[in-house]
Design a protein around this ligand. Structure first.
Ligand code: 13P
Length: 256
């Protein structure tokens, strides 16, 4: 069985004091012996400080983005090596808010360069994929996932399955309170896994595929019970210790 992974994407929320308090409570609530991996992904400027709070705990930190060049005249950008330097272990790449809403309009080519740069620096990409509402309504969901997986992973090779995480985040379920049904999630995850197998070989069977989109403590168990749902990428519910830890507990229970 794949070891579940629950990651909190704080997006552009909290301040430093509240972030440190939150991660302290999460570290206290996640027992080192628990059977899941747990990460929090704060804004860049808080990464080093939040990583310091997690030291010695079972919780690790990730960033919400990265730039694909290693250094140079790229004002405002941050390289994967810089993220590693301040203690990040994971990097969210291609989040739908960056693909569609922030105005950077990241395309799959740029996302692929970011995945490769992240791997080169020894960090683990969390590659986000997912269809918009209009794509779902026009029955394009599986084609979109195929394209995003294949384009995102061009030139990527793995020695071990832990070196890559995929997050299936249906755009229509993000921050809306509308959650994919367990059947919709399983269909998307199983399809994604077959694409991973086609691109990467049998290691695709062991790569964790997280669900993201209005996952909460009260709907986590049914989603995590699906055979190809290996954890969650959590937005709103990651901003409070009790709701985030509730999802971590559901992931622990799913391993029983
Ligand atoms: P919500 O959990 O707030 O829907 O956000 C999901 C998400 O975008 C995680 O990356």
């Amino acid at each position: 069985m794949r070891r579940p992974f629950v990651a909190g994407n704080w997006k552009m929320n909290l301040d430093l004091a509240r972030g440190r308090e939150l991660v302290g409570a999460i570290c206290a609530g996640v027992k080192s012996a628990s059977r899941v991996d747990v990460a929090v992904c704060p804004p860049y400027v808080y990464l080093a400080s939040i990583a310091e709070v997690t030291r010695g705990s079972a919780v690790v930190v990730g960033s919400q983005d990265v730039y694909y060049e290693s250094q140079g005249a790229f004002t405002g950008e941050v390289s994967a090596a810089m993220l590693a330097d301040v203690g990040a272990q994971y990097v969210i790449i291609g989040h739908s808010e960056r693909r569609h809403t922030i105005g950077h309009l990241e395309d799959d080519r740029m996302i692929n360069l970011k995945v490769r740069a992240t791997r080169r620096a020894g960090l683990v990409p969390i590659l986000c994929i997912g269809e918009t509402l209009s794509e779902r309504k026009s029955s394009q969901t599986l084609d979109v996932l195929t394209y995003q997986v294949r384009a995102g992973l061009v030139g990527v090779t793995l020695d071990r399955p832990e070196q890559l995480v995929i997050a299936y985040e249906p755009v229509w379920a993000i921050g809306t309170g509308e959650v994919a049904t367990p059947e919709q999630a399983q269909e998307a995850h199983a399809h994604t896994r077959s694409e991973l197998r086609a691109v990467l070989g049998s290691v695709g069977d062991e790569i964790r595929i997280l669900y993201g989109g209005s996952m909460k403590p009260d709907n986590a168990a049914v989603l995590l019970a699906q055979p190809d749902v290996d954890g969650g990428l959590i937005g709103g519910a990651s901003l409070k210790a009790d709701s985030f830890l509730g999802i971590v507990s559901a992931a622990v229970a799913a391993t029983a």
